[in-house]
Design a binder for this molecule. Sequence first.
Ligand code: ADP
Ligand code: MG
Length: 377
Amino acid sequence: MSDIRTVLESPVTGAGSPAQAGIGKPLSVVSLRKTYGDVVAVDEASMEIAAGEFVTFLGASGSGKTTTLMMIAGFAEPDSGTITVGDRDVTRLAPQKRNLGFVFQQYLLFPHMTVGENIAFPLQLRGVSKADTRRRVGETLEIVGLTGYGGRYPRELSGGQQQRVALCRALVYRPPVVLMDEPLGALDKKLRDQLQVEIKAIQRELGLTVIYVTHDQEEALVLSDRIAVMRDGLIDQFDTPRELFERPKTPFVADFLGAANFLPGQVEETADEHTLVRLEHGGVLRARPHAFARGAAVDAAIQPGRLRACTPDEGFCTGTVETVTYVGTLVRVGLRLAGLDKLLRIEAPAGWAPIAGERIGVKADAQDVNLFGTEGR
Ligand code: ADP
Ligand code: MG
């Protein structure tokens, strides 16, 4: 397999016409699998990505995000499975023949070239005329707010500016698909927030298909049309941010995206409009309708922001306020429930000022309660 530097420096072949490049075509991955010895890095990953879509692989370190991206880019060879761009099978093609743009955490700018030369490089490889190159380099620098920096060397730029240039170099030849692996990982929070907005704006403006890798939930939610939540080489759920948050398909997704509270219990009644759960530590909770049989053992998952304080007799349970933490516009409250070994986490607008030791009830809308079967776990 080729390494990234070699590919960046080698001539482009077979990427001439937009049709060949697959512009406006969807990308699909079918049963992609990759092992390293005993380690299954990626296990049967499948997904369809629409043209113009911003898709993020989200998962903890080691969950297989980079490996999946590297197989799509052509830097890692899959054990099995196929990668298709439009109707073109690219699984065994060399990276430079796939015509994909990529941006990685390490900037990988050519240190001996100026900013302008760095950005011009992919255009020169493609035989774009000098005049066109100059114009497109200027336009691209303008998009990322670096007009006037073309004559500087990478070492004369800050980390954030270098990352912007790397972004320019990946975008300048308008590749149909741009792959980004934690491109903002090395930057501080403020700069990261700012560049997230820019990346999203550029992606929309140019209609790019982007596949983005991050371990940061918030970043994934801000950027993505859809997110593939990865765990141990498997895609747990591939969905819109809203669906992942509102309708997680696994406890892992509920926990990873919103840090849900899990309350064990047993299904007491199932009806068209709701499912009633008798909680282990006491109380009956109304959940949205689920297809569980009466008596089924379940965990009820509720996001901290979807729990509301109420008078003790109004709630599905009561508890004692143990911790109160103000986080700017929000207040986070840890509630001690009798019979539950961990604190129930509630998040509310900071206008609420509960006092430690106070006894309160909690309630939730049925539609905000997701149930997961725990039988056999
Ligand atoms: P992520 O990007 O989500 O942090 P990776 O795709 O880098 O995860 O890694 C997935 C798994 O594959 C990990 O267990 C990692 O140690 C292993 N792995 C990745 N690359 C290699 C490699 N070149 N050789 C051996 N194991 C690897
Ligand atoms: Mg990685």
